[in-house]
Design a protein around this ligand. Structure first.
Ligand code: ADP
Ligand code: MG
Length: 568
């Protein structure tokens, strides 16, 4: 049986002949290449051939025996890091050996998913049954619409083996680098895993480098001041491959305060991205946070479908329902309230809020304003009156950046003050001040946190058809084309990668099958469980290379921003 299979498999030479034969023919003749070809040290699969040189490029896979030592993929953390490392090596190798675009359209370009600062599980490189599979795209070359056979031969027969040969085999890999990549990923996972037991929502290692090179460059800032924990917040943690000391942010309510430009938002941003692991050299390798930590911000203009925002918003003008609040155009405060309630619905365990991106009236209401606008005429109960209930009743912690108001001193368990990029623990001082200058304001939080949303999404409202076909496509601007709609995800700040968007788009379609009268949270759990049991491959018919893992929380965020969404 195996012999027969080998005998019937075409070889690289067969591919050479095929390309020679179709040279100069119409582009459609490329379709005849679909199939598999044995090369010296891998098998090339040509799964899908593009319809024309301008279309989305053709999909190819390389499969080969995994020759890396056992330690490199001993557990899940290590395997993910190995795959991430190989995707990066392959990308680098493309830059080195692929001659790039030649001819019309995407002719001659070779693509693999491009990882950034985060080390995500991604489908560009897959390890299964001791075989590595590398999923790439190639623009099969043409001049006009005529097949450029010689150019195709150069890419498929010369460049590809060169690229693979210099990236996928142990003998061409810097073992020290690979080891560092793998061990840091294992340690970061272990550290995140220990947070709960230590009673922490986040951990920031001493020596971590938090600031980024620029607002558009996520690499570390050269010459930035390394992080140093205040003495009394320092925690030491034993990890599989090292010991680390750093600042532990306990559960509860933590304030990050301090003067403008002293590093408050930079610290919060690092915590937001602490749900992911980072590559060696990033500076945030050992900055981790609760895996269900969610950044919350104002997002006026967003769509909202029947969300119970009543814990924060009541008595809107024109008797608008806030138990089932719907709008095509939320205000700053209502959008932020909806973001909180949706995050709780999807299982958030910690909320991360920055005053820079918050609605002021959602965050605070002082006693003077309470005099001018009585409670009966203000729909909003500010977050300052709800944060404690949120923690005490639901166990949901908050980390809040506020430099502009002392109203939060009374409710904070911890007050961190950033001073020239260094955190000081000023909890005692802030509590003294709170006693010395008591507030005249009335608490407005009422009796308990209030009701949570339990919505049941309707499958028929998830429709990505466009011209008869379902079409989902991610844009680098964090937006997702979904049929005739565009889902804007720019305000969903913990999405870091286009491939996450690709996977989320397909996961929305996949989720429909679970939408028969199940609550939204249960639908999401089902989808995530399927991905966990299989892999992201469950989301697609084809072997998709442009997928990266995402959380249930971001899947919910995309669903909640789909303007066609309807719930029962
Ligand atoms: P804040 O939110 O307190 O106003 P930011 O966090 O936005 O301040 O930081 C202000 C500036 O300082 C940014 O340009 C940021 O990159 C830089 N910065 C932050 N932390 C550090 C650090 N540890 N070392 C050097 N520069 C830093
Ligand atoms: Mg700031």
């Amino acid at each position: 049986m195996i012999l027969h299979y080998l005998a019937s498999m075409k070889t690289r030479e067969d591919l050479r002949h095929l390309l020679h034969r179709i040279d100069g023919s119409g582009y459609k003749a490329y379709k005849g290449l679909q199939g598999q070809y044995a090369y010296d040290n891998f098998t090339l699969f040509i799964d899908y051939v593009q319809g024309d040189p301008f279309a989305s490029p053709s999909r190819l896979r390389l499969r080969l025996r995994n020759q890396f030592p056992e330690w490199a993929s001993r557990n899940r953390s290590r395997e993910v890091a190995l795959r991430d490392f190989l995707a990066r090596q392959f990308a680098q190798s493309i830059r080195r050996f692929a001659k790039g675009q030649r001819g019309s359209g995407k002719s001659g370009a070779v693509f693999i998913d491009q990882p950034g600062q985060e080390m995500l599980e991604r489908m560009a490189v897959v390890l299964d049954n001791d075989e590595l599979e590398v999923r790439i795209q190639v623009g099969l070359p043409a001049f006009g619409r005529r097949i450029a056979g010689q150019q195709a031969a150069a890419i498929l027969l010369e460049e590809l083996p060169m690229i693979a040969g210099h990236s996928l085999f142990p003998e061409v890999i810097d073992e020290g680098k690979l080891r560092a990549h793998i061990l840091i990923n294992e340690d970061a996972d272990a550290l995140r895993g220990q947070l709960e037991g230590l009673g922490l929502v986040a951990f920031v290692a001493n020596g971590a480098l938090l600031p980024r090179a620029s607002g558009v460059d996520p690499r570390p800032l050269e010459g930035g001041l390394p992080f140093l924990s205040p003495d009394n917040m320092e925690v030491e943690v034993q990890l599989p491959n090292r010991q680390v000391r750093g600042m532990g942010i306990p559960k509860g309510i933590t304030l990050i305060t301090g003067g403008g430009y002293h590093g408050k938002s930079t610290l919060l941003r690092a915590i937001e991205l602490g749900i992911y692991n980072h590559i060696p050299g990033d500076g945030r390798e050992l900055v981790v946070s609760n895996p269900q930590a969610v950044k919350i911000r104002a997002e006026d203009g967003r769509f909202v479908e029947k969300v119970n925002i009543s814990p924060f918003i009541n008595n809107l003008p024109r008797a608008t329902d806030t138990l089932r609040f719907s709008t095509q155009n939320a205000s700053g405060s209502t959008s932020q309230a909806a973001n909180v309630m949706e995050a709780l619905e999807a299982g958030a365990r910690a909320l991360l809020i920055d005053e820079d991106t918050s609605a002021t009236n959602f965050m605070i209401r002082d006693h003077r304003m309470q005099q001018l606008v009585p409670k009966e005429r203000e729909p909003i109960t500010p977050f300052v009156d709800k944060a404690r209930q949120l923690y005490e009743e639901l166990g949901v912690s908050s980390i809040i950046v506020v430099g502009g108001s002392g109203l939060y001193f009374d409710i904070a368990d911890k007050v961190l003050c950033m001073l020239e990029y260094e955190p000081q623990d000023l909890t005692e001082r802030a509590h003294e001040i709170a006693l010395q200058f008591p507030q005249d304001r009335q608490g407005e939080g009422g009796k308990g946190f209030g009701g949570l949303s339990q919505r049941t999404p309707l499958a028929r409202s998830i429709d990505a058809r466009r011209g008869g076909r379902e079409k989902v496509r991610a844009f680098a601007t964090r937006s997702l084309q979904f049929g005739v709609e565009e889902i804007g995800l720019a305000a969903v700040e913990q999405l870091v990668d286009n491939s996450q968007l690709n996977a989320i788009g397909d996961a929305l379609l996949y989720a429909r099958k679970y939408m028969a009268s199940r609550p939204l949270a249960a639908v999401l759990d089902q989808v995530m469980a399927d991905i966990e049991a299989g892999s992201l491959d469950v989301l697609s018919q084809q072997k998709e290379g442009h997928y990266a893992v995402f959380r249930k929380l971001e899947l919910a965020a995309a669903l909640n921003r789909l303007r066609s969404l309807r719930v029962e």
